[in-house]
Structure formats: C-alpha cells, structure tokens
Write a protein that binds this ligand. Structure first.
Ligand code: B12
Ligand code: SF4
Ligand code: SF4
Length: 341
C-alpha cells in the first residue's frame, strides 16, 4: 500500500483538467456478491461469459490490484440533441468518437500526472470492458445511484454519462458519508416503456431481452423474431429507458468535441443497410459502432427496414437477400416477408 493519503481536492482538479465532468472516491471494499450472483444465476448475462468467469475480480478489486485502497470513478456527459430530425437509429452514446478511447485517453493523462506526483503509486484502470463493476463504484463514490432502468443516474447530468474506473493502492483524504438518495420513488416509466420487458425489477437488466445486447453483442446470430419487431428505427443500442426517465428531462448539452456526432449519425436505416465495405471503412472505425461489425450493423438495419415496412426498400432488400453474409441474407428474407400485404 502507498504510504500517503492523497488529497481529493487536487485529484478533483486534475480530473477536470484532463476532461472529466465528474469524479468520485470510494473505499476499495469487496462488493457483496448477491447482485452479481443472482443476475448470473438467472442467466441475464446471455453469452457474455466474462461477467461470470471474472466474478472474483469483479467483486474484489484487490485481486486486480494487490493493496487496493480506493476506487476512483470518472464520468463524462455525452448528451447531445443534434441528430437528424427523424431521429438517428444509433443510440446517443455511440454517435461521436468511440467513448472507450475518449475516456481511456483522459484516464491515461490522469494516471501519467499522478504517477509523476506520487512515485511508486499502484494503479489499475478500465473503461467498460474492464472487469470492474463500474456502476457500483460510481454509486459508492457518490456520483449517483442505480435507477430502475439499470443505469447510474447523476444529479447533474441524469443518466447520460459514461464511466471510467481507476483503482489506487492509496487512501484519499475524504470519502462520501453515505449513499446518494434514490430518486425513483414510485415511478415505473422505464419499466413500462421498455419494449421487450428487459427491465426485470431490482434494477437488473436481462441482457437476453435488451435491444442493446441484441443489436451490439449478439452479432453472430439472428435476433430472435419477437425482438426484431421492436427494432423500429433502432439499429445500434437503445435509449428508450433513459429517454422516458423524468430525471433526464433537463439534460446538459455536451460541448465536448469528442461527442460531436460523426457523419454516420446522419444516416438513416436504408443508407446503413446499403453500406458498402468502402463506406464502412470510411465511416465506422473510431466509433463504438465497430463492435457490431459490418455484417451485424447491416443485419440490424435490414431488420429495421422490415419493421418499417417501407415499399421503397424492396429493391435493396432483394439485392441483400443474395448477400455474401448469411446473417444479412436471412435478415433480408425476413424483411421482405414483412413487406407482403
Ligand atoms: C453488461 C453490460 C451491459 C449489458 C447489461 C446491462 C446492465 N444494466 O447490466 C447490456 C448489453 C444489456 C448493456 C446495455 C447498456 N449499457 Co452497458 N454495460 C455492461 C457492463 C459491461 C457490465 C454491467 C454489469 O456488470 N451488469 C451486471 C449487474 C448485476 O451489475 P450492475 O449493472 O452493476 O447492477 C447492479 C449493481 O449496480 C447493484 N447496485 C446498485 N446500487 C448499488 C450500490 C452498491 C453500494 C452496491 C454494492 C450494489 C449496487 O444493483 C444492480 C442490479 O443488481 C458495464 C461496464 C462495467 N464494466 O461495469 C456497461 C455499462 C453499464 N453500460 C453502459 C451503457 C451506456 C449502456 C447502454 C445505455 C447503451 C445503449 N444506449 O444501448 C445500455 C443500457 C441498458 C440498461 N438499461 O442498463 C454504461 C452505463 C452508464 C450509466 N450511466 O449507467 C456502462 C457503465 C459502461 C461505461 N463504462 O460507461 N450493458
Ligand atoms: S435499453 Fe431498451 S431494451 Fe434495454 S432495457 Fe432499456 S428500453 Fe429495454
Ligand atoms: S424512469 Fe422513473 S423508475 Fe425509471 S429510472 Fe427514471 S425515475 Fe427511476
């Protein structure tokens, strides 16, 4: 363990200087296993096997960083409303530059400075794909609470924030006194609005039913038919349960240039379904959309065309029913059936 207590005021200022909107500080105590284990036992992790296989590290950060004392949570607001008027079929968080690299770059700058200030300090960081349970740490660090929609909700920016997490083997001079108040009350809007019933209560999300999982992570198989019908102008991620949340009613516009929507965010489903490999290479790398891959993205766009039942999509769908990808071919055959009277 590092000998000195680090001053939170100095770390807070540094977080701001490197571009984060919020920072929280939590004691690196083990997480009670119940919420992760009950989620895994119910099968809500779908095929994201690392959720369970890395459970030990997820629940105890000292497995990741021996001598861990503090977990810092960083948040960046990403809310912007400059998508096309018909609404982009891409979820808000994915419209700008890939947030993983944005938050990672900022954390790298933060780490570089603290390593210079405190030689010998041990750190371990991650953004999203790291094993840390980021919402738990953000809640413990006082950034907000986990709402019924399964998202961390902050007082200042609602749930339109992305998280990064950094473990330190040092204590800091102040930790939050207690948890941030839960403001959901008797509201159930997100539960009512979720088109697939993926919000199962207890703030848990059944990933198998979540359109975010189906459009991003489930990229090698067909989307179950019942869920395809819900992909109305929605091809990458889903914002419905955040959009309806009253605590998101007064969002703060993110001036941050990293979150400015890229050219791909102005495309509609027809253009995205028709994406050529050359256009893909020009538009997608450097954005979070790359995770769905070329065929996954086109598969989703093709489903959305079927759901919209637009006759003008027929020639494209007929062409795609002979596509080189079985995933796209099968989606196109299904979408053509939806166009039948
Ligand atoms: C797996 C995963 C998913 C899955 C499952 C979603 C989920 N809510 O679990 C899928 C693929 C569906 C998904 C979707 C999305 N995701 Co996601 N996802 C993750 C990931 C990798 C792990 C989450 C996890 O462990 N879930 C398992 C459950 C059991 O744990 P949990 O989510 O932490 O929830 C429990 C605890 O928080 C506990 N709890 C609540 N309060 C407290 C307090 C204390 C003290 C303790 C001990 C416990 C506790 O109760 C919860 C229920 O049991 C995280 C990144 C990470 N490494 O943490 C991003 C993350 C949660 N995702 C994120 C985002 C942006 C999204 C989407 C909004 C993207 C989109 N627009 O499509 C959607 C939102 C869907 C939703 N309604 O939650 C952000 C969330 C930011 C925020 N404001 O909350 C994260 C943090 C990534 C990041 N670095 O920013 N995601
Ligand atoms: S992201 Fe969409 S599908 Fe997933 S829980 Fe929220 S509303 Fe339901
Ligand atoms: S919609 Fe209502 S219940 Fe759902 S997270 Fe927001 S305040 Fe909580």
């Amino acid at each position: 363990m590092y000998g000195t207590q680090l001053p939170t005021a100095r770390l807070r200022q540094l977080a701001q200087d490197v571009g984060f909107d919020l920072i929280g500080f939590a004691r690196a105590e083990p997480i009670p296993p119940s919420s992760l284990m009950s989620w895994l036992e119910a099968g809500y992790d779908a095929d994201m096997d690392w959720m369970g296989s890395r459970a030990e590290e997820r629940l105890d950060v000292s497995v990741l960083l021996p001598g861990a004392r503090t977990v810092l949570s960083f948040a960046n607001n990403y809310y912007r409303d400059d998508a096309p008027s018909q609404g982009s079929p891409i979820a808000r968080y994915a419209r700008g530059r890939d947030y993983h690299s944005t938050l990672r770059d900022r954390m790298k700058a933060f780490r570089k400075t603290i390593n210079a200030w405190y030689p010998g300090l041990g750190t371990y960081g991650g953004v999203d794909s790291g094993p840390m349970m980021e919402k738990v740490w953000a809640a413990r660090g006082g950034l907000g609470y986990v709402g019924k929609n399964g998202c961390l909700i902050t007082e200042s920016h609602g749930s339109w924030v992305l998280l990064a997490t950094l473990i330190l083997d040092a204590e800091v001079d102040a930790y939050p006194e207690g948890p941030v108040a839960d403001r959901c009350g008797s509201c159930r809007r997100c539960l009512m609005a979720c088109p697939t019933g993926a919000l199962v209560g207890n703030r848990q999300v059944d990933a198998r039913a979540c359109l975010s999982y189906q459009t991003i992570e489930n990229r090698d198989r067909d989307v179950p038919e019942a869920f395809r019908f819900k992909l109305d102008n929605l091809i990458f991620g889903c914002d419905i349960c955040q959009q309806v949340c009253p605590l998101n009613r007064k969002p703060v516009f993110a001036e941050d240039e990293r979150f400015v929507p890229r050219a791909v965010a102005s495309l509609g489903t027809l253009e995205l379904a028709a994406l050529t490999p050359e256009q893909y290479k020009e538009l997608i790398p450097g954005t979070a959309l790359a995770r769905a891959r070329y065929d996954g993205l086109r598969r989703n766009a093709v489903y959305a065309l079927g759901v919209a039942r637009q006759a003008h999509a027929r020639p494209l769908l007929e062409k795609l029913s002979g596509d080189g990808s079985e995933l796209v071919r099968s989606a196109a055959r299904w979408a053509l059936l939806q166009l039948e009277p």
